[in-house]
Design a binder for this molecule. Structure first.
Ligand SMILES: [Zn+2]
Length: 141
C-alpha cells in the first residue's frame, strides 16, 4: 500500500490519536512526563502506569500501548525498550486511520474464534513482533 504524505498520515490517524491524547491526560495526574520522539508523543507517569498494569487483558499488564501518534508507557525505560515495536503500531495506525482500533479488535476476535491467543496471535501484534525481531537480528552484538 502506498504511504500517504506525512501531514495526511497525521490527519488520517487523528481519530486514533485523539483517543491517545485523551488517555495521555491521565499522565497529568501525578508526575507524568511527555516528550516528542520522531514525531510521536511519548507519555509516561501519573495514572498511565496503573492503567497499563491493570486495564489491559495481558497478564501483568502492558509495558506500553499506542494510539495513533501517542504512545503511553509505564515509565521511560519501558518506552525506550518498546519503541521499535510501538512504532510499528504507529505505522499501522497511519495505514488504517480511523479503522485501526475496530480492525485491531476484530483481529483479536478473529484469533479467539480460531482458538488462538487474542494478543499474541493478533495479526497486528504478529507484524510488530516480527518486525522487532528482524530489527534486533540486524543489531550489532
Ligand atoms: Zn504491540
Amino acid at each position: 500500500m502506498k504511504r500517504l504524505r506525512p501531514a495526511l498520515q497525521y490527519l488520517w490517524a487523528s481519530p486514533t490519536t485523539a483517543v491517545g491524547l485523551l488517555l495521555a491526560t491521565l499522565a497529568l495526574v501525578g508526575k507524568g512526563r511527555c516528550r516528542i520522539v520522531s514525531g510521536v508523543l511519548e507519555v509516561h507517569g501519573g495514572l498511565v502506569a496503573p492503567l497499563l498494569r491493570r486495564a489491559t487483558l495481558l497478564p501483568g499488564g502492558a509495558a506500553a500501548i499506542t494510539f495513533g501518534h501517542v504512545v503511553l508507557g509505564r515509565d521511560q525505560t519501558q518506552l525506550d525498550a518498546t519503541r521499535y515495536h510501538e512504532r510499528v503500531h504507529v505505522s499501522q495506525c497511519e495505514r488504517w486511520g480511523p479503522f485501526f482500533l475496530p480492525v485491531y479488535l476484530g483481529a483479536s476476535v478473529w484469533a479467539l474464534v480460531r482458538n488462538r491467543h487474542p494478543y499474541r496471535d493478533n495479526f497486528f501484534e504478529r507484524e510488530a513482533f516480527d518486525a522487532e525481531l528482524r530489527e534486533r537480528s540486524k543489531a550489532p552484538r
